[in-house]
Write a new protein. Structure first.
Length: 285
């Protein structure tokens, strides 16, 4: 008889408490260092703390990976209870978290690590797929094989209100940063699954943020026949509820959807993109 399966992931999967509970997912937090103090993503630091510190000091926190030892301890807490573990990691092109998780799995039998090749709810989509399979009683090896096959069918992209955070973090040149500010450019960012989560600049939008977001949603969803419509995520780094409502209404125009899930990006993601970032994320056929 197959052992029961526990689904785990890194905090940058951004799935939110509802889906964590639905699939019994446990998350291991990345480290965030701000003003010489270390925090744990999703535990004792919030996006607002990061944004407030940016306004006061003009400095951003540093994020760092989970260590091999931390992963070993985390995995053993479940395998010791008789579980096999499916761990879906932050894309290996973005962080050494995947490599560290693989190294830990080599020391803890019964752990199967999947490179999401993505970030944020691009990881979350795969967590949901793994969770659905675990609920059906599939064994860990079958889940690993089926979910790994989905990693190249994962559409993850975002639109940014500002390049300030990317520039401050060294991920955007001064020239591009200045040009975007002068011309009111709102760039979109596309996650490259085939490059294990590395990102590239996509279409650039011009004008007020709301207008740009509406155009971005249209470009992502209009006239698409290749989208898996079971679920779609709207993930953002901090918008008021009234903005979330019109964003959701825009996405609904391109339905039907099994469910539209709105989540807030955690500190690992938000410390790089800043406030005013949102994306629509979904699987393709």
């Amino acid at each position: 008889m197959a052992r029961p399966v526990k689904i785990t992931s890194d905090t940058p999967c951004d799935i939110g408490p509802m889906l964590q509970e639905r699939y019994g997912v446990d998350l291991v937090p990345l480290h965030v260092t701000m003003n010489d103090r270390e925090y744990l993503d999703g535990v004792n630091i919030t996006n607002d703390m990061i944004y407030e510190n940016w306004e006061k000091t003009g400095s951003l926190p540093k994020t760092s990976a989970v260590s091999v030892g931390e992963y070993e301890e985390f995995f053993k807490s479940f395998t010791d209870q008789g579980y096999d573990v499916i761990h879906i990691s932050l894309g290996s092109g973005l962080s050494v978290t995947h490599q560290n998780a693989v190294m830990a799995a080599e020391e803890v039998p019964g752990v199967y690590v999947i490179d999401s090749r993505s970030l944020s709810t691009g990881i979350g989509l795969l967590v949901c797929e793994a969770g659905e399979r675990a609920k059906k009683g599939m064994d860990a090896q079958t889940i690993q094989a089926e979910v790994e096959a989905l990693t190249l069918k994962n559409s993850a992209s975002f639109i940014l209100d500002t390049l300030d955070f990317l520039h401050a973090g060294g991920r955007c040149s001064s020239l591009a940063h200045m040009g975007a500010n002068l011309m009111s450019i709102k760039p979109s960012i596309k996650v490259l699954n085939e490059q294990n989560g590395n990102m590239t600049v996509g279409k650039k939008y011009f004008g007020k943020l709301k207008k740009c977001i509406i155009a971005y949603i249209h470009d992502q969803l209009a006239d698409r026949t290749d989208i898996v419509r079971d679920r779609i995520f709207i993930t953002h780094s901090g918008f008021p509820q009234e903005d979330i409502l019109w964003m959701k209404a825009e996405v609904e125009k391109y339905g039907p959807w099994g469910e539209i899930i709105v989540t807030t990006a955690g500190c690992t993601i938000s410390s790089h993109c800043g406030p005013g970032c949102m994306g629509v994320l979904f699987l393709t056929k």
